[in-house]
Write a protein that binds this ligand. Sequence first.
Ligand code: GDP
Ligand code: IMO
Ligand code: MG
Length: 424
Amino acid sequence: MSANIVIGTQWGDEGKGKVIYLLASRADVVVRAQGGNNAGHTVANGGETYKLHLIPSGILYKDTLCLIGAGVVLDPKDILGEIHDLSKRGISFDHLRIDPRAHIIMPWHIALDGLSEQFRGNKDIGTTHRGIGPTYMDKYERSGLRFYDLVHPEIFREKALATGKLRNAIITKVFGGEAIDLDKVIEEYIGYGQELKKYMADVSVLTYEADKAGKTILFEGAQATLLDIDFGTYPYVTSSHPLSAGVCTGTGVGPMMIDGVYGVAKAYTTRVGKGPFPTELNDADGDYIREKGGEFGTITGRPRRTGWFDSVIVRHAVRVNGLSCLCINKLDTLAGLSALKVCVAYKRPDGETIRDFPPTLEGLEGCEPVYEEFPGFTDDISSCRTFEELPQICRDYIARLEELCECPVKIIGVGPSREQIIER
Ligand code: GDP
Ligand code: IMO
Ligand code: MG
């Protein structure tokens, strides 16, 4: 019996999907606690590749209970599409459950996401345009629609009409956008609610009971530490808490249930969307990593920005998440580079060297990464399965990351498949 969390330590897309798929093979329950279909988790399994948005990665195991918690924002149309596509590939949804408290992403949220981004001009965040921010805004303003509402047509009609009218006024009168046909949308969404209602269950209760019964629970983080609304690079962040602590509020369980927290990182850094990225590479090395690592967004197809491993941000993630261990993915991608660099600190414009990630963009401005250099390696490491099989350069690289981040590395990824890992 144990309960573990898997979260991202950088700006997302660290390969959480792969690690979760591996750990879920030993779990009875997999829970998503925050975010929405802005996530894209890739799971590669014996030639088959799945790109999951909202459905917990445990769904690929037929007996695993898969839970979507209260802290998640749910796009009913998108999840039904996902269920439909995966069902055609033989995946069963008998064990999927969605908390009645989860907030619903409506077409006006998606419209407002796009219009706000347009309004920001070149100061846009680079969101996924999935309506995530506007849905969390309504939740915290206390005018949101919840999954419970969606599956009760009379309640939904009344609440959706009231909030929809106000959002339409903002869309047309503030942004000059096109009004949404509320009656049509509300009836359409009532239909989705009827298709989804069989999945409704109290996820807090299910998780608590599973823990009491000695089941193994895995919490599937989405997004990542530097995208956290408080501890990320605000305002270039998402609107939820992708930290380990977000799992408790997003599921409805206490922190004493948690036994361990896995932080996933890449052996380098990527970011999709705008915002600061101290170790970003705009040169041939950055292009090499992007091409070799296939660094293009899972959801939007956008080319990801690439850069060297930044131990300042990962150390920040170790602290704010209370990480038990790190998983370093995509070490294989670095093969072929003539030299590797790791950022060990930042040098501020006033000459001071700092190791703690600054809390504000203003504090980060003008910070230059201080690098330590490692020799490159050319070996194909994709079939290594033990730490000892790795070339000495790779072992030194990992050992130094452990020192710098102050956290043991327990899993090393050497390829996209579940079995392409080294577990220590
Ligand atoms: P997530 O959002 O954190 O689940 O990550 P994504 O699925 O968005 O992006 C990670 C990408 O890297 C996917 O295409 C994975 O198949 C791939 N990947 C994960 N681990 C490794 C690894 O160790 N080596 C290589 N080459 N690819 C990996
Ligand atoms: P996974 O779970 C990478 C980024 C967006 C944008 C910012 C805000 O696959 O790691 P949003 O649509 O959430 O309002 O966008 O957050 N972002 C992600 N980047 N991986 C993700 O999820 C992301 N989810 C959101 O690109 O910069
Ligand atoms: Mg992703």
